[in-house]
Design a protein around this ligand. Structure first.
Ligand code: HEC
Length: 380
């Protein structure tokens, strides 16, 4: 059955860019809106002559960008303040500044993905890639060395006679009519064809199957499991070797691991003060190390010069100055007892500072004390 041909548009061919822009102005003057201009290369000012409105893609970017911002904000708020509240460093659960980078990223991501998809599938109408102008003589000419205008038949002002008259009045070299391809009119979306759907299904099955096989089977096969399964005992692992089944063992009774000599004066600071001797001689290295560690671990409460000028603005009680008569008279061992055991509300520093580092901090503290109470002879 042969259908009647349906008109798509009237086209006119021109020889020079000047002619085509003059003709375009006339077309706009006459009030046509559904038309297009074709040229082998971009013509400057043509968008103005055609009175093209700015692209609508900006609105897509705006709407999806803002919904990205809002979506990120809402999900962060829901996750961190409602569903799984975790206190981090005393910050409020809804901690806006921390969300800003995430919100920014999600905004950019959703705006850009939405613009690309809208451009391809909404404005360009993919996967349909046919157009009545494609393959026409008109298109061949305007992509080589001619310039053309095509006024669509669905333009509300379209009328064969007047369009023809308009084209003649602007000295069109050729006037042609373009018809819809019958096949195209009856064309259905290819993506819904059973063949294509079967293809998609097969791709999905193959890719999920191989992923499953790789991650759940292959990785556990020889030789891919060599890194994972080593003949060694990991922390918390069960042991078949020991009768109690524990992999982690206590040290043999009466032994001490290297570097873990237990502190013998727990709760007896005065005994520690009498018995402990500072094993680290005063040297530039020891003072430097002591200064670094003091500035990191002690200065927030005691101040950089141990004057008791805390930087914590009342979040923790201010400690006394360490330049007091009492502390200057204390032995190194007595101060070591404070750093090791803590004192009242001051916590122990054994996990932050090794034994040698604690002694170096004490050396540095001695230097500070001497600087604050310098004798005349120190200045010479
Ligand atoms: C979290 C705050 C804080 C930090 C950090 C801190 N201290 Fe203290 N420190 C205190 C407070 C508070 C006291 C007073 C405790 C008391 O009431 O006996 C104190 C007491 C002391 C004393 C005994 C003072 C006295 O007059 O009895 C010494 C010595 C001392 N600190 C040394 C240090 C050194 C060295 C460091 C770094 C390793 C350090 N502190 C880190 C809060 C701190």
């Amino acid at each position: 059955m042969m259908r009647e041909k349906i008109l798509y548009s009237f086209t006119a061919i021109f020889d020079s860019p000047d002619q085509v822009s003059h003709a375009t102005e006339k077309v706009v003057e006459q009030g046509y809106t559904k038309f297009d201009v074709h040229s082998p290369y971009p013509l400057h000012g043509m968008d103005k002559a055609m009175k093209l409105p700015p692209s609508k893609l900006g609105y897509v970017a705006l709407v999806f960008g803002l919904s990205g911002t809002l979506g990120a904000l809402l999900s962060l708020w829901w996750v961190s303040a409602i569903d799984y509240p975790i206190l981090i460093g005393g910050k409020p659960l809804f901690s806006f500044p921390a969300y800003v980078p995430v919100m920014f990223e999600v905004t950019v991501l959703s705006a850009s993905i939405a613009t690309v998809l809208a451009m391809l599938f909404f404005f360009f109408k993919l996967p349909n890639n046919a157009h009545p102008l494609h393959g026409s003589d008109y298109m061949k000419k305007v992509s080589a060395d001619k310039y053309g205008i095509s006024i669509q038949a669905d333009d509300p002002k379209f009328d064969e006679a007047s369009v023809r008259k308009l084209f003649e009045s602007v000295h069109a070299k050729e006037i042609n009519s373009i018809y819809w391809d019958n096949e195209e009119l009856t064309h259905k979306h290819k993506i819904f064809e059973p063949k294509f759907l079967t293809f998609l299904l097969i791709v999905a099955i193959i890719s999920s199957g191989t992923t499953y096989f790789t991650l759940n089977k292959l990785m556990f096969m020889l030789p891919f499991n060599w890194m994972m399964e080593q003949p060694k005992q990991s922390a918390q692992q069960e042991s078949l070797f020991f009768s109690d089944g524990f992999g982690m063992r206590l040290p043999v009774a009466g032994t001490i691991a290297r570097g873990y000599l237990p502190y013998q004066f727990k709760g007896q600071p005065d005994v520690a003060g009498e018995k402990l001797v500072n094993p680290i001689p005063i040297s530039i290295e020891s003072l430097k190390l002591g200064q670094t560690k003091f500035d990191i671990y002690c200065s927030p409460c005691h101040g950089y010069h141990a004057e008791g000028d805390s930087r914590l603005r009342g979040q923790f009680p201010n400690p006394p100055s360490l330049h007091s008569e009492k502390i200057r008279k204390w032995s190194d061992g007595r101060i070591f007892a404070v750093l090791t055991d803590g004192q009242n509300i001051m916590p122990s520093y054994t996990t932050q500072l090794s034994v040698d580092e604690r002694w170096s901090v004490i050396n540095y503290l001695r230097a500070l004390q001497r600087a604050f109470n310098a004798k005349e002879s120190d200045l010479q």
